[in-house]
Design a protein around this ligand. Structure first.
Ligand code: GAR
Length: 208
């Protein structure tokens, strides 16, 4: 059984999609052992508690320095000994020591087709604002392993979503979530939980 730690900052709809997929059997061999948020008000924490999952807030505000926060976050994570860390809308820069310790065991969902509209400054609604400002006709979402860069790690899954005329950032965000994020994040977890994902020369291979 793959032990998952899910890290969140906000509403937690991706967390919900993972919990639903586990309950519904589309994700097998995986269980969520903890949910960690950097934001005490994140609705994601409530979603976790409603499902009987240990949920805790580790906020930078609780610590004197970034370094102390980073160490506390890693310590909290390690106390659950997760096999896979899932960043489900976690809007915090991941400490390098965590990336080293969990090499190819941290995945992130990003709401665009990487390498478009990603990197520093592109998170949440800002991604969709960028898409609409550029006028691209297709966007989507990406699940990737996390490395030291911002949104640069090996890509596991992507799914395209149409941009429609008259879209607002909010409308587009919702469509990208419904048609892409909530599908490919659980799917990636299922693939990893069933040992079908490997990283070879920096690229992901999926066994059919
Ligand atoms: C999602 O759209 C996720 O892709 C995005 O934040 C949102 C969280 O929503 N993540 C990023 O932008 C990371 N760079 P949720 O809390 O409802 O899952």
């Amino acid at each position: 059984m793959l032990k998952l730690a899910v890290l969140v900052s906000g509403g937690g709809t991706n967390l919900q999609a993972i919990m639903d997929a586990i309950a519904g059997g589309t994700v097998t061999n995986a269980e969520i052992v903890t949910v960690i948020s950097n934001n005490a008000d994140a609705y994601a924490l409530e979603r976790a508690e409603k499902n009987g999952i240990d949920a805790v807030c580790i906020s930078p505000k609780m610590y004197e320095s970034r370094d102390e926060f980073n160490r506390a976050l890693l310590q909290q994570l390690n106390s659950y000994q997760p096999d896979l860390v899932v960043l489900a809308g976690f809007l915090v820069v991941i400490p390098e020591m965590m990336i080293e310790e969990y090499r190819n065991r941290i995945i992130n969902i990003h709401p665009s087709l990487i390498p478009s509209f990603c990197g520093k400054g592109y998170y949440g609604l800002k991604v969709h604002e960028g898409v609409l400002a550029r006028g691209v006709k297709v966007t989507g979402a990406t699940v990737h392993f996390v490395d030291e860069g911002t949104d640069t790690g090996p890509i596991i899954l992507q799914k395209a979503v149409e941009v429609q005329q008259g879209d607002t950032p909010e409308v587009l965000q919702r469509r990208v979530m419904e048609q892409a994020e909530w599908l490919i994040l659980p799917k990636a977890i299922d693939l990893i939980a069933n040992s079908r994902v490997s990283v070879v020369d920096g690229h992901v291979r999926i066994e059919e």
